[in-house]
Design a protein around this ligand. Structure first.
Ligand SMILES: Cc1cc2nc3c(=O)[nH]c(=O)nc-3n(C[C@H](O)[C@H](O)[C@H](O)COP(=O)(O)OP(=O)(O)OC[C@H]3O[C@@H](n4cnc5c(N)ncnc54)[C@H](O)[C@@H]3O)c2cc1C
Length: 403
């Protein structure tokens, strides 16, 4: 009989395994390797936390209930402790200007490999679990390879976004079978597809520090405004501004944003008009580039307006000038849909927080059952918040498990 069986070898499960108070433990991972999702975090560079204060950090989570739930975990194991934990185990870190923390190597493999090395639990890959039951004072985990028994059980099976990484939502069924309620899972931090999108060839281009407003169909009053980077994809828009806003968007809503950075936003039309009238002989694409537009976007705007490539402000009439200014300052797209679980970075919903003891992560429904990481109804914005939540909840679980 094991002291602890952990189901799921992602960020939370691996971190828990590395901090366990016992080595009589087994981690069951149904994929052929652990931490597949960890390897693709932060574009493969692994943005593992953020240096913000705990108060500021909490503001990046979905609801007051989530913030309240996570507070003791973050207090017990804040970003500073996480950074120290990694650095003392041979993973030097680097902090970006915006507070995002990465391994100095900018390689998520270094994080994953170190966690696997530090595991106090034996890791069993390709473990297909068919059922889990409570059997008196212990749990019986039925796998295709036989029954495994344990005094404590931890579910760290993640959410159901990017199922290709192994987080396929199968952990919810186990939690349910053990008596827990599941808040219906929805994709969060997802890119959007837009109607009549002709910008596929611009995929990879971004507008830095964009300002955007969102409207419901037929309504004049915006329901959301946001600032941040917007990335053009092959079928729509992504980037931090879009990902963070996505939970509030639906098909039919519109987004309007300016193709130049926020600092230009307030007086953009006047500033652009001044530039155009003061340089009548300069090519418009050159003026737009000087105004902060990426070369490819400047080209696109000029083409869309059916202007000659070499056109100068002197060739424009008043209406054409207004159209040009509008094309730069009020880019409007109708949202066709929000990307699903295959492309969403996190899952909102999961094991109901009311049924889990905050701080210890132990189930209120069944003793010796714990949850950590994204299987819980916890979802943060992009910026290192989700991994810190996985690590902090795993740390608290490790501290409260009694072998
Ligand atoms: C593309 C992408 C980029 C991201 N970038 C960042 C970032 O830079 N910073 C950040 O903070 N967050 C990021 N996230 C979110 C972050 O990766 C997750 O919040 C985090 O990995 C959750 O950790 P977890 O251990 O709870 O779940 P996961 O990492 O999803 O791990 C769950 C593990 O459980 C296993 N499993 C599932 N079901 C079973 C089962 N029935 N039996 C056995 N094993 C099972 C899975 O195979 C998987 O290995 C990103 C997510 C994506 C998709």
């Amino acid at each position: 009989m094991y002291d602890v069986v952990i189901i799921g070898g992602g960020a939370a499960g691996l971190f828990l395994a590395a901090n366990l108070p016992t080595s009589n433990a087994l981690l069951l991972e149904h994929r052929e390797t652990a931490g597949k999702k960890l390897l693709i975090t932060g574009g493969g560079m692994c943005n593992l936390t953020n240096t913000q204060s705990i108060e500021a950090f909490l503001q990046h989570f979905g609801s007051r209930a989530q913030r309240n739930f996570l507070l003791p975990s973050f207090q017990a194991f804040p970003p500073s402790a996480l950074m120290q934990w990694f650095e003392t185990r041979g993973v030097p870190l680097t902090v970006r200007e915006d507070g995002k923390v990465f391994p100095a190597s900018l390689d998520a493999h270094e994080v994953r490999d170190m966690l696997v090395r530090e595991s106090k639990a034996k890791i069993q890959y390709n473990s297909k679990i068919t059922s889990v039951i409570r059997d008196g004072d212990h749990f019986s985990v039925q796998t295709e390879g036989g029954v495994i028994t344990s005094r404590n059980l931890v579910l760290a099976t993640g959410g159901m976004s990017y199922p290709i990484t192994g987080s396929d939502g199968s952990g919810y069924a186990i939690a349910k079978a053990l008596g827990h309620s599941i808040i219906p899972p929805k994709p969060a931090l997802a890119a959007i597809m837009v109607e009549a999108y002709h910008w596929t060839h611009l995929a990879g281009n971004a507008v830095r520090s964009a300002y955007a407003e969102f409207h419901h169909a037929g309504e004049k009053k915006r329901f959301l405004q946001a600032t941040g980077d917007i990335l053009f994809t092959h079928d729509g828009l992504s980037g931090p501004l879009i990902l963070t806003s996505s939970r509030e968007l639906k098909a039919g809503d519109s987004i309007t944003f300016s193709l130049v950075p926020l600092e230009h936003k307030v007086h953009v039309p006047e500033q652009l008009l001044v530039l155009l009238t003061s340089q009548p002989k300069k090519q418009i694409t050159t003026i737009l580039k000087e105004f902060g537009l990426a070369a490819s976007l400047a080209q696109q705007v000029v083409e869309e307006l059916d202007f000659e490539a070499t056109i100068t402000p002197a060739n424009l009439n008043k209406r054409q000038r207004q159209n040009l200014i509008r094309a730069i300052t009020e880019r409007r797209f109708i949202i066709k849909g929000i990307k699903g679980f295959n492309a969403a970075m996190v899952t909102s919903g999961g094991v109901c927080l009311k049924e889990v003891e905050r701080g210890s992560m132990e189930s209120k429904v069944m003793d010796h059952l714990h949850f950590c990481g994204e299987i819980l109804d916890v979802d943060g914005q992009s910026g290192g918040y989700n991994l810190q939540a996985a690590f902090s909840t795993a740390y608290c679980t490790a501290n409260h498990i009694q072998p």
